[in-house]
Design a protein around this ligand. Structure first.
Ligand code: UD1
Length: 422
């Protein structure tokens, strides 16, 4: 397993290009299962999770071709070889469950293993299943698999999500495009990845309204066609690289960044005394000579502060002036980076879903362990600002969600290298 070694090296300056969103791409790819015509995705990120989704789609009989070094994905699924998504692939990535809705909607049956993914809490899929049941799906959970049937096809229905779920909204939205009649999804997720999926599905011929309002109305159509669609920029990669100059000093322009993707996060940076400026190419973050102020953060569904930026924000708060309280309201076990940051000298007290961080003058480099995707990158950010050398072990998580992280950070002056096989 690879490790990453980071050495604190002063301010960062320059530009970092932001890739297409992993989480958007992971839901756009299974949308190919809704149509027998080609779906071409441009601005795809080059990540192991994307390759994994490609492998899953291929295992079902879809064609997946990578062009331009993986930036363009040509997908096509005229006829499927099987409707069984096997445990061996699905267990490695939770987003695999997103093949369920499309297969069921198009062909009336699907068998999908229950998924795995990052170890950040129990993460059930009950809402995915209940939303599909509201469209007439008959479901049976046997031997770790969901056996789904919709004899005669799915039909429109109304479903109100008891809590906001990004993945369940995506699964239900895709399924609803081919259901007979009207589907209304209430308390639906409003994340930019949902809006991106809706835009792509509309290009394929779907009739969807309200995807940014929390109530999505879908008028089912008989068939969907092909489309070409550019994946929305990755707001989590964007937020992550916006923290880099905030924590180290300097000024970094994140190319392709858009404020509406990260408004709540920018508000928090603003309260912390970090300036964010819109430029022609994206967003520039500048940290002046003044210390960062401690700010409180509560994670919430979009447009709230994203749970996927909580770990990176905690890294920033470790050396802020004062005490900050970070409340995690989306996942119950998402502070695994806290004890690792404490190895570096951070002062953090975790009580249930609340972490209280008391800023220290300086973090010290230390060997640390990456426990999930966003935790990994928070340790790298902390290492960039620490005195001495930090070795982040088990960085395979990182490769699931960050394209060329070492190169992107090196280009703005960071001292970072990957050591293979440690
Ligand atoms: C997606 C993102 C992930 C992000 C999360 C929240 C992808 C591939 N992943 O994950 O990076 O952290 O949104 O913004 O897009 N829940 C249930 N039952 C369900 C589904 C979810 O109880 O059937 C719960 C979860 O345990 C969690 C909450 O709902 O507490 C939100 O999860 P959800 O929005 O579904 O996250 P994902 O779609 O898995």
């Amino acid at each position: 397993m690879d490790s990453i070694v980071v050495t604190g090296n002063g301010p960062l300056n320059g530009q970092i290009p932001i890739a297409g969103a992993k989480n958007a791409c992971l839901t756009l790819m299974p949308a190919t299962l809704l149509s027998d015509e080609p779906l071409t995705l441009t601005n795809a990120p080059r990540l192991s999770d994307i390759a994994m989704m490609g492998t899953l789609l291929q295992s079902l009989g879809a064609e997946v071709a990578q062009m331009q070094g993986g930036k363009v994905l040509a997908l096509s699924s005229h006829a499927l070889d099987t409707h069984v998504a096997e445990y061996d692939i699905v267990r490695k990535m939770r987003a695999s469950i997103l093949v369920l809705g499309p297969m069921l909607a198009r062909d009336g049956h699907a068998i999908v293993s229950l998924p795995g993914g990052c170890a950040i809490g129990a993460r059930p899929v009950d809402l995915h299943l209940r939303a599909l049941e509201a469209m007439g799906a008959e479901l049976d959970l046997r031997d770790g698999y969901v056996h789904a049937k919709a004899s005669g096809g799915l039909r429109g229905g109304t479903f109100e999500f008891p809590i906001v779920s990004v993945g369940a909204t995506e699964n239900a939205l895709m399924a609803a495009t081919l259901a007979k009649g009207t589907t209304v999804l209430k308390n639906a997720a409003r994340e930019p990845e949902i809006a991106d999926l809706a835009r792509c599905l509309r290009k394929m011929g779907a009739q969807i309204e309200g995807e940014e309002t929390g109530t999505i109305t879908v008028q089912g159509v008989d068939r969907l066609g092909g489309a070409t669609h550019a994946v929305v920029p990755d707001r989590i990669e964007l937020g992550t690289y916006m923290i880099a100059p905030a924590i180290c000093g300097g000024a970094v322009e994140c190319l392709g960044g858009r404020i509406e993707l990260v408004q709540a996060f920018c508000d928090a940076l603003d309260r912390a005394g970090i300036a964010v400026e819109e430029t022609e190419g994206g967003l520039t973050v500048t940290r002046g000579d003044t210390p960062v102020r401690a700010v409180d953060v509560v994670t919430a569904p979009f447009p709230g502060f994203p749970t996927d930026l909580q770990a990176q924000m905690m890294a920033l708060m470790c050396t802020a002036e004062g005490t900050s309280v970070l409340e995690e309201r989306i996942f119950e076990n998402r502070f695994m980076h806290a004890p690792e940051l404490m190895r570096m000298g951070a002062q953090i007290d975790v009580q249930g879903g609340t972490a209280t961080v008391t800023g220290v003058d300086r973090l010290r480099g230390a060997p640390v362990m990456a426990t999930d995707l966003r935790a990994s990158v928070s340790l790298i950010l902390a290492g960039l600002a620490a005195e001495g050398e930090t070795t982040v072990h088990r960085v395979y998580h990182l490769d699931r969600g960050y394209e060329s992280v070492e190169q992107k950070l090196r280009n703005v002056g960071a001292k970072i290298e990957r050591i293979s096989g440690q």
